[in-house]
Design a binder for this molecule. Structure first.
Ligand SMILES: O=C(O)CCC(=O)C(=O)O
Ligand SMILES: [Fe+2]
Length: 280
C-alpha cells in the first residue's frame, strides 16, 4: 500500500518536472526575443550581467551597441507580414516624408549651410495595433530596463508617451535615404527588419571624420546608438527591388515624454491623432 503510494508520488513528481521543463521551453522558445543569447528573463544571471557590461562599454566608448539575432526568424516573419498588412490597409495614408534639413534636422536657414536631403515612408505609433508583435516587444519591461542600464544607468528611463513617435516603422525604398544628422533625442533603439547587403547602410562618423559603415548589420539585429553625439546617416537605396525596413523605439528620462505639433507635422505629416478603430 505504502509502496504504491510512494510510487504514485514519484510518478507525479516526475510528471511535474517534465511539465515544468516543457512549460519553460514553450515560454522561452516560442517567444519574441532570442532568450538564449539575450537572457532578459534571468536578470540576475552572470550571462545577463556580462551582456549588460559588454553593451554598456560598447555604447560608452564607440557610441554603438549592436545585438545580432535579437529576434527569432519566426518573429521577424510575423512582423513583416503585419507591416505588409498595414501598408495594404492604409494605402497612401502612411506618411512619405521628403525633407531638406541641416545636421540638426532643422530647416536650413542660411545658404552657406550644407543642405541634406532625406526621404522615407513612416508608419506612426498610432497606426500600429496594440496586438502587434512590435508593440509587444516595445512594451516588454525587461527590454526597457536593459536599455536604461546601457544608456542612462544613473537615472530612470521610460518609454515615450508620444502618440506618433513612441515607436514607428521606417521604410526606405528606391531613391530614399536619411542624410547626415545628429538626433534630437539622446539615443535611439533600432530593430532592423529588412536590410540589403550593399545599400541603405547605416554609417556614422567618429574622430577625424572617419566613416564607419555597418555592412555587418542584418535583419533581426537591435542597435542602441548615441545619435545625439555621433553624426550618422542611412545611405541611399539605389535599386528598385531593394528596401530597408526598421522600427525605432523611443525612450525618455521623463515619464510623460511627448513631441510637439511642429515635430508631428514634420516627421509624421499630421497633427491629429489617427483613430485606428475607424480604419478597421
Ligand atoms: O533608420 C535608421 O537606422 C536610423 C534612423 C535614425 O537615424 C533616426 O531615426 O534618427
Ligand atoms: Fe538619427
Amino acid at each position: 500500500m505504502l509502496c504504491s503510494y510512494m510510487y504514485k508520488m514519484k510518478l507525479f513528481t516526475r510528471n511535474m518536472t517534465i511539465f515544468k521543463c516543457y512549460y519553460h521551453y514553450r515560454r522561452h522558445s516560442h517567444t519574441l526575443i532570442n532568450y538564449t543569447e539575450y537572457p532578459f528573463h534571468e536578470p540576475n544571471s552572470s550571462a545577463y550581467q556580462s551582456l549588460v557590461k559588454r553593451c554598456r562599454q560598447s555604447f560608452k566608448t564607440t557610441g554603438c551597441c549592436y545585438l545580432p539575432n535579437f529576434i527569432s526568424n519566426k518573429t521577424l516573419e510575423t512582423i513583416l507580414n503585419e507591416i505588409t498588412e498595414w501598408l495594404n490597409k492604409y494605402g497612401d495614408r502612411v506618411f512619405h516624408s521628403y525633407e531638406l534639413h541641416n545636421l540638426h534636422l532643422q530647416e536650413t536657414t542660411n545658404t552657406d549651410e550644407e543642405q541634406q536631403k532625406s526621404s522615407k515612408t513612416v508608419i506612426a505609433y498610432d497606426q500600429i495595433p496594440t496586438t502587434s508583435l512590435l508593440h509587444q516587444i516595445y512594451q516588454y519591461n525587461p527590454l526597457t530596463e536593459f536599455i536604461r542600464q546601457i544608456t542612462t544607468p544613473e537615472t530612470k528611463l521610460y518609454r515615450s508617451r508620444d502618440e506618433m513617435g513612441a515607436m514607428y516603422v521606417n521604410i526606405y525604398e528606391k531613391g530614399n535615404q536619411l542624410n547626415w544628422h545628429y538626433d534630437n533625442s539622446h539615443f535611439f533603439v533600432n530593430l532592423l527588419l529588412k536590410q540589403p547587403s550593399d545599400e541603405g547602410i547605416f554609417e556614422y562618423k567618429i574622430q577625424n571624420d572617419k566613416i564607419i559603415s555597418r555592412n555587418d548589420f542584418e535583419a533581426r539585429g537591435l542597435t542602441i546608438f548615441h545619435g545625439s553625439q555621433y553624426r550618422h546617416r542611412v545611405t541611399e537605396i539605389k535599386s528598385p527591388k531593394k528596401e530597408r525596413i526598421n522600427a525605432i523605439f523611443t525612450y525618455a528620462t521623463i515619464s510623460d515624454h511627448k513631441l510637439n505639433d511642429y515635430i508631428h507635422k514634420k516627421f509624421f505629416g499630421r497633427i491629429q491623432k489617427w483613430d485606428i478603430n475607424d480604419e478597421y
